[in-house]
Design a protein around this ligand. Structure first.
Ligand code: ADP
Ligand code: MG
Length: 596
């Protein structure tokens, strides 16, 4: 729970409240190119900065095995370069694959390029994201998540269906893109060795780290794309803001009261809870404003929102209503949301970190990097001139880190191959001893993907009522298992593995978890709080846990989440004796350490 989930009541908000004024400090930092008018897609394509260099680009890339493209956001890299390649007949024997770190980007970009090429999505231009493949045998321009290409590479390491692979948004340094660098490099080399059709690899990036990319790809040339299409004015706050949510709220309504209704707002925040809370507050306040203000359509966007709902951000608001998109960093790169004229950047992001010492992943709210801040402001100038309100001072901006630390350095290596952490592997390996390999494999699989539980705020009560059927008083792991078993009953078993099951007796499953996860144990203290046995740090049960209301004496957790407190997530009730039995030497040492 990143912040106080209770939104301030509507009546406490005073429009135009003087404590926070947006300060016009450094306007026009990013300069426009030629003027722009509302025109058709063909003309729009020709007005993009990249269009001037089209012929030159095509000639250069035709000669190269590898190229690195650097260009500011909005120059036309993602939508145009794949089309230029195709139009010039480069890579026609196979598919031109373009990777994106996020599914919403892959989908919306494919839709845009299909529109520009005037074809039906899924024919010449298509996309593949997890659980959705909108391609056909005709597809030549294929937008996909980096994770999907990685998955394809497992079955086809030479990526033989592809003649060109474009790794887009390389500066984001997602684990998947980073791993793909190695995969495509190896595929390229082997295809040359085996006299197969060569693979062209293009890396595209908004900024920086250019030399690294170029060096990695055999000192490939770096091609710079000049210019951006529209100017963006950047504003900083005069004073540092102690409450970025309150600051965001005031900014939204300041803009809402002053700007024409067709000027939409995109706000960058950190996670689902605060986005849903602010969405409620905004809807509430907008209802109580004078008629002159006009209505507001608030649309949330975060990764755990079902895919179809994520795409709602691309729909225009009803006429006369202002669209306010509240998003996590998922909208930070690649995407163009029509109508966005204002970006409000809280300067915060939730990021995962892996602590190799404890083997724990910690999800914490932290400041963005400069590169991220620029990507966020870039969303305001996609279609026309725009403004970005940074809810921090210019000095605070200057002190931000230049680049975000690449995920591959922050995450545990297990996240790459989507297997399981060191502790989970241990649990799995010992599970046959407890005759519950099937259950443990299920639990670990469910924990290693994004949560299977969806919590639509509007249907909270319905969801909780349905979920009650699955809840186990023995904790979240057993609850997940119940859900999976119910799912399997309706969907059938797709695995061909023969696994032993402990059936209705789940004690063994919990004991097995205790043996694997003994380092992630916490004990109830006399004052009702919890202390983690490994680190002796104070921890609390996350409100999302089914054990939140209970006070179990001893629990295991799968994840620690650092926000205002240190929360344990995904809990399992265990016997303290099982922990002793699992690692007697470890607990003796712990005990000695506490006493000395
Ligand atoms: P880059 O990858 O260099 O950031 P893109 O190729 O994604 O740039 O987009 C270039 C421009 O094309 C955008 O700034 C915008 O003007 C236009 N554009 C792209 N996608 C859309 C869209 N879905 N709707 C309207 N305009 C779009
Ligand atoms: Mg792009």
């Amino acid at each position: 729970m990143p912040r106080d989930p209770d939104p301030p009541p509507a009546k406490r908000f005073k429009p135009g409240s003087p404590f926070f004024r947006l300060d016009k400090k450094k306007p026009g930092m990013l300069l426009p190119r030629a003027g722009h008018a509302a025109v058709g897609v063909d003309t729009q394509r020709k007005q993009l900065p990249i269009y001037q260099s089209r012929t030159q680009l095509i000639n250069q890339i035709r000669q190269l095995h590898n190229a690195v493209f650097i260009g500011e956001t909005g120059s036309g890299k993602t939508t145009q370069i794949p089309q230029y390649l195709y139009e010039a007949g480069i890579g026609r024997q196979g598919i031109i694959g373009i990777t994106q770190p996020r599914r919403v980007a892959a989908i919306s970009l494919a839709a845009r390029v299909a529109e520009e090429k005037k074809v039906q999505l899924g024919k010449l231009v298509g996309y593949t994201v997890r659980f959705e493949d909108v391609t056909s045998s005709e597809t030549k321009l294929k937008f996909m998540t980096d994770g999907m290409l990685l998955r394809e590479a497992i079955g086809d390491p030479l990526l033989l269906r592809y003649t060109v692979v474009i790794l887009d948004e390389a500066h984001e340094r997602t684990v998947h893109t980073d791993v793909l660098f190695g995969v495509v490099k190896a595929a390229q080399r082997k295809r040359t060795e085996q006299n197969k059709i060569p693979l062209k690899v293009v890396v595209m990036s908004a900024t920086m780290d250019v030399d690294l990319f170029s060096q990695y790809f055999n000192k490939s040339p770096v091609l710079y794309l000049e210019g951006r299409q529209h100017p963006i004015q950047i504003y900083y706050t005069k004073q540092s803001q102690s409450d970025y949510l309150q600051a965001a709220l005031v900014s939204i309504f300041q803009i809402h009261q002053e700007a024409p209704a067709s000027h939409d707002i995109l706000v960058f925040m950190t996670g689902q809870e605060e986005i849903e809370a602010l969405a409620r507050t905004c809807r509430d306040i907008s209802k109580h404003l004078p008629e002159s203000c006009g209505p507001m359509t608030v649309v949330p966007l975060y990764a755990s929102l079902p895919p179809a709902q994520q795409l709602r951000v691309f729909q225009p608001a009803p006429k006369g209503s202002r669209k306010v998109v509240l998003s996590t960093n998922i909208a930070e790169t690649s995407i163009t949301i029509s109508g966005i004229k204002y970006v409000i950047d809280t300067g915060m992001v939730k990021a995962k970190r892996y602590n190799p010492g404890s083997g724990l992943e910690v999800l914490a709210v932290q400041r963005v990097s400069k590169a991220q801040a620029w990507q966020r402001s870039g969303r305001a100038g996609r279609e026309d001139a725009g403004s970005c309100y940074r809810l921090y001072t210019e000095e605070e901006f200057d002190n931000l880190a230049n680049m975000t630390v690449p995920e591959i350095q922050r995450y545990g290596p297990h996240t790459v191959c989507r297997v399981c952490s060191s502790a989970s592997a241990q649990t799995l390996l010992i599970s046959p001893e407890f005759s519950c390999a099937e259950e443990v494999l299920t639990i670990i699989s469910l924990l290693s993907v994004d949560s299977v539980l969806y919590n639509p705020p509007a249907r909270r009560d319905d969801v909780l009522a349905v979920r009650k059927k699955f809840i186990s008083s023995e904790g979240d792991h057993m609850t997940l298992l119940n859900i999976y078993r119910a799912f399997k009953k309706v969907s059938g078993n797709k695995m061909n593995m023969k696994l032993e099951s402990s059936l209705s007796d789940l004690t063994n499953v919990r004991r097995c978890l205790a043996h694997g996860l003994f380092m992630n144990a916490a004990e109830l203290q006399p004052d009702g709080s919890y202390v983690a046995l490994d680190t002796h740090q104070h921890v609390a049960i996350h409100p999302s846990s089914v054990l939140f209301q209970a006070k179990p004496a001893c629990v295991l957790f799968s994840e620690l989440l650092h926000t205002s407190r240190c929360y344990m997530r995904d809990l399992c009730l265990v016997d303290a004796d099982w922990l002793q039995e699992a690692a007697p030497e470890y607990f003796r040492r712990k005990l000695r350490a506490t006493k000395s």
